[in-house]
Design a protein around this ligand. Structure first.
Ligand code: FMN
Length: 169
């Protein structure tokens, strides 16, 4: 078994991309996430993985609520806005239309397919990402759509590489 074979199999899955937003003590954050999945049917749970290098991760440590926005094939510009810049040095939300929900969460108006999530737990298993498990509180859907996929975004240079985490193992 080689690392490359693992990578090739995952590339064939061609994960759909989402933008995860959150807020803690008035500080907004959000980034593109390719690591995510439904993780319980009843009750409805959703899990996602955040890189320890990201501003969104550091905000998530203090946050209770999250929004997952399911990107469509037309949302490459949003993926670029949230996946190639960091909240460490940019206000990613400047110039982007958002609605603020009851939890203070920024909801991207351009993404009608989205889900509001409440944190259950955050698991650090020693990897470069942490797993955030959540329960689905509310969802909005605009009918079937063609997702924006990892293969559509290969040219994007992430705002933070996963190796940039503050504390190395
Ligand atoms: C195609 C693609 C997939 C990504 N998947 C993830 C992911 O699953 N989890 C994550 O934390 N970051 C992921 N990133 C990286 C972040 O979106 C990126 O580093 C972002 O600029 C971090 O912003 P922040 O520092 O404001 O949180 C991905 C980026 C791209 C372009």
């Amino acid at each position: 078994m080689s690392d490359n074979a693992f990578g090739r199999s995952l590339a064939s899955l061609d994960a759909a991309l989402i933008v995860v937003t959150t807020v803690a003590e008035g500080e907004r954050a959000g980034c593109v996430v390719g690591f995510h999945t439904r993780s319980s049917i009843v009750p409805q749970h959703f899990s996602l993985w955040l890189s320890k290098a990201n501003h969104t991760y550091r905000t998530a440590l203090r946050a209770t609520h999250f929004a997952a926005h399911f990107l469509t094939a037309d949302d490459l510009a949003l993926a670029e806005a949230f996946g190639t810049r960091s909240g460490d040095d940019t206000d990613k939300f400047a110039g982007i239309d958002v609605d603020i929900d009851d939890h203070g969460l920024p909801l991207l108006r351009a993404c009608p397919n989205r889900t509001v999530l409440e944190r259950i737990t955050l698991l650090d298993d020693g990897g470069d990402h942490v797993c955030l498990t959540t329960r689905v509180l509310a969802a909005q859907a605009d009918g079937p759509f063609v997702p924006l996929r990892m293969s559509d975004a290969l040219h994007l240079d992430p705002g933070h590489g996963s190796e940039e985490r503050a504390i190395q193992p």
